[in-house]
Design a protein around this ligand. Structure first.
Ligand SMILES: C[S@@+](CC[C@H](N)C(=O)[O-])C[C@H]1O[C@@H](n2cnc3c(N)ncnc32)[C@H](O)[C@@H]1O
Length: 188
């Protein structure tokens, strides 16, 4: 892992302590709705044991939403931050969910294996080539009849949250991230 990547990982380790509170504040309680929207969009109803992978899973909220709806699923959360994964373990009341630590640009999974691969509120934080490589990796591990679901933030309308949002963007390398959130290049 490069020094830059190590620095970012440490940033997320620290952020993990207040990440959930930050998201609650940011999303005005509609966070459950957005996660359920993602679960609905996966159309996994007919699959007895769907395989689900959540990339950059953070504290696990999305993978837990899937596990709650599909208790028999094989659910994997993947993130490079030990702090985020530690919080996810602490929050897990849903049974068997596997958490794997690693970088989104090198997924340690076979090709064509997951019914659904998700990535929420994270791609905009990955820089140019890292984002493209992560997208290619998602495409590689998803089944040909499966889907990759991506969810990103809207820029908040409330002035205080908008300011906080832009401050965070600044800390992440603002220009690229803002362009991406506003409808940047998602192609492979
Ligand atoms: C803003 S959080 C989103 C967390 C979660 N997906 C959600 O919707 O709440 C971004 C996450 O991406 C992870 N992340 C950032 N860059 C990564 C990379 N190159 N490889 C793996 N995880 C990464 C961070 O550790 C962090 O948990």
């Amino acid at each position: 892992m490069t020094r830059l990547r190590t620095g970012r990982r440490k940033y997320y380790d620290i952020f993990s302590h207040f990440y959930d509170a930050f998201i609650r504040m940011h999303s005005w309680q509609d966070e459950d709705d957005t996660r359920n929207f993602l679960v609905d969009a996966a159309y996994l109803g007919g699959k007895p044991v769907p395989r689900i992978l959540d990339i950059c899973c953070g504290t696990g909220s999305v993978i837990f939403a899937f596990k709650e709806r599909y208790p028999e699923s094989m659910a994997v959360g993947y993130d490079f931050s030990h702090g985020m994964l530690h919080k996810a373990h602490e929050k897990n009341i849903y049974g068997w969910v596997v958490f794997v630590q690693g970088d989104a640009t090198a997924l340690p999974f076979y090709d064509n294996i997951f019914n659904v691969v998700t990535c929420s509120h994270a791609l905009y934080e990955l820089k140019g080539e890292t984002r493209q490589t992560a997208l290619k990796e998602m495409k590689r591990v998803v089944r040909h009849d499966g889907c990759v679901l991506l969810m990103e933030h809207e820029i908040p309308r409330h002035p205080v949250f908008k300011l906080l949002f832009y401050m965070r963007m600044l800390s992440m390398g603002s220009k690229d991230a803002c362009e991406f959130v506003q409808g940047g290049d998602w192609s492979l």
